[in-house]
Design a protein around this ligand. Structure first.
Ligand code: IPE
Ligand code: IPE
Ligand code: MG
Ligand code: MG
Ligand code: MG
Length: 323
């Protein structure tokens, strides 16, 4: 089953969001316009807008209002990916060249900034101060998460807490806030806003842990980019962290082959094999499942409407995704 099959009833509404996104990336400058459209048309699961819409179903659902929040969240996500590919020195995303590879880092910087600004413009449809505060805070936290990742790069001695705090900032909060803002913008009750926020947070933690697992276990075809990029870049994610904590030989090998300087380590497939056989993948899967179980429980108490079933189904799907 495909992800989109889990929320078929939202299809016309998702189409409206796509039109908002198309309109948002129109720019007077040809390079900005082409670069933004390139990213928009390269695909993407649009999972954050889906969380916004499903959460809004617990209040007074009006697509012509909530679509601005949904578009804003996807734009924030898109902008963060453009910048992330600069930081991660990534040449491929969604099977196409990244903006930094097709143009350069300077174009990627301004395209990302431009898309961020467009997100703020979309959100300005709402006068509610809380909405703007929540969005700004999520954007700040994402930057902190990415900066912390730069600080912790090539640090083979970091602990699990550092990893969890980093993924909370860079990924989980934006998904939490997608759910929360969907609920706020539709006037859902405070209790439901909180339930949806915690659902999003737990789904988001699990989502990034699985993204980090897939970077070791996925194929280039599934991922739309080469596997092993995280380790090659000196980014310590959960499978590697586990392997290094449980096997000092593995830690030494990583330190020896990847080093601390950012030089091209060459073929890292023996390291990937070592981590794949270290128990780190199974450990990461278990932790990701625990977050998903918390996500399921966060939905207790919400009214039994079809959106609730979709949220449950999406959480199950995330547990088994391979792209
Ligand atoms: C990728 O997010 C970055 C992470 C937070 C793991 P998605 O997996 O939602 O990326 P797209 O938008 O579908 O390409
Ligand atoms: C998530 O981290 C990126 C952001 C939250 C901006 P990754 O660096 O793992 O994302 P991918 O793997 O490049 O999509
Ligand atoms: Mg990346
Ligand atoms: Mg990254
Ligand atoms: Mg990744």
């Amino acid at each position: 089953m495909k992800l989109a099959d889990l929320y078929m009833f939202l299809k016309p509404d998702i189409k409206k969001i796509e039109s908002e996104l198309e309109r948002a990336v129109e720019a007077d400058h040809p390079v900005l316009q082409e670069a933004s459209l390139h990213l928009l048309h390269s695909g993407g699961k649009r999972i954050r807008p889906v969380f916004v819409l499903l959460s809004a179903k617990f209040g007074q659902y009006e697509i012509d209002r909530v679509k601005y929040i949904a578009a804003a969240l996807e734009l924030i996500h898109m902008a963060s990916l453009v910048h992330d590919d600069v930081i991660d020195d990534a040449d491929l995303r969604r099977g196409s060249k990244t903006i930094k590879a097709r143009w350069d880092n300077r174009v990627a910087m301004y395209t990302g900034d431009y898309i961020f600004a467009k997100a703020i413009e979309k959100a300005s449809f709402f006068e509610n101060e809380t909405i703007h505060r929540v969005i700004s805070n999520a954007m700040m936290e994402m930057c902190l998460g990415e900066i912390e990742q730069i600080r912790d790069q090539y640090n083979w001695d970091q602990n699990f807490k550092t990893y969890l705090r980093r993924i909370k900032r860079k990924t989980a909060l934006l998904i939490a806030v997608s759910c929360q803002l969907g609920a706020i913008s539709a006037g859902a009750s405070r209790e439901d806003q909180n339930r949806l926020y915690y659902y999003g947070y737990n789904v988001g933690m699990s989502y990034q842990i699985i993204d980090d697992i897939l970077d070791f276990t996925g194929t280039e075809k599934e991922l739309g980019k080469p596997a092993g990029g995280d380790l090659r870049q000196g980014n310590v994610t959960l499978p590697a962290l586990y392997a290094m904590h449980h096997d000092s030989f593995c830690r030494e090998e990583i330190n020896h082959i990847i080093g601390t300087s950012g030089d091209d380590p060459g073929d890292i497939s023996p390291l990937l094999d070592m981590i794949n056989h270290s128990g780190g993948i199974e450990y990461s899967k278990t932790l990701s499942r625990q977050y998903l179980e918390k996500a399921f429980r966060s939905l207790d108490g919400l009214e039994d409407i079809s959106a609730k079933k979709s949220l449950l189904d999406i959480a199950s799907y995330i547990g088994s995704r391979n792209s």
